[in-house]
Design a protein around this ligand. Structure first.
Ligand code: URA
Length: 210
């Protein structure tokens, strides 16, 4: 654990993650657990948001009550698996603005190439939370953060479910200013860039495409 990395070791998060890792867990259960766990992770990734107060009347008295300061948060889903985390986080922060970043890997250069990019206006004034369940090599995550910075974002956090040490190192090198929140850091990547022990292909498991 460091300023750059927060591992959410809450028992409910760890319990749900274990069920998600199990290859016998069906798609519908996987999806439901992802929704639940993303809300618990959202609680952590929004810790320390700037607050202000507003004057309200309770049935009993007037008071200055705490409320979130500034412009609405921007939640950015890194397609396609990011959408699985996005849904749960949006339930917790329904007023957030939402953006999408689509990247694919060029099989010759192995570099991420952008195929879709749409984000809210005034990114420079918002806390931006980029979501992608699997931080594997970190190449596409780092490229997505590059694009968000080019759009003006300066206050970015990265939320994932599982991370590999290689991905954390890559993000730390490319974007030391972007804190990462994850449920676990696994052992390693395999030769084709999957996290081991991991949970397989997060997109396939949540959308039932395999
Ligand atoms: N993406 C996935 O969906 N799973 C991995 O293990 C790595 C990247």
């Amino acid at each position: 654990m460091s300023d750059h990395l927060t591992i959410v070791d809450h028992p409910l998060v760890q319990h749900k993650l274990t069920i998600m890792r199990d290859r016998d867990t069906p798609t519908a259960v996987f999806r439901q657990l992802l929704r639940e766990i993303s809300q618990l992770l959202a609680y952590e990734v929004t810790r320390g948001l700037e607050m202000t107060t507003k004057r309200i009347n309770t049935p009993m008295a007037e008071m200055d009550a705490p409320t979130l300061a500034g412009k609405k948060l921007a939640l950015i889903s890194i397609l396609r698996a990011g959408n699985g985390l996005l849904d749960g986080v949006l339930e917790l922060i329904p007023s957030a603005r939402v953006g999408f970043v689509g990247l694919y890997r060029d099989e010759e250069t192995l570099q991420p190439v952008q195929y879709y990019f749409k984000v809210p206006e005034a990114m420079e004034d918002r806390v931006v939370i980029a979501v992608d369940p699997m931080l594997a090599t970190g190449n596409s995550s780092a490229a997505a953060i590059d694009l968000l910075k080019q759009s003006g974002a300066t206050n970015i956090r990265f939320l994932c479910l599982l991370a590999a040490p290689e991905g954390i190192a890559r993000m730390k090198e490319a974007h030391p200013d972007v804190p990462i929140v994850t449920a676990a850091v696994d052992e390693r990547l395999n030769e084709v860039g999957y996290i081991v022990p991991g949970l397989g292909d997060a997109g396939d498991r949540m959308f039932g495409t395999k």
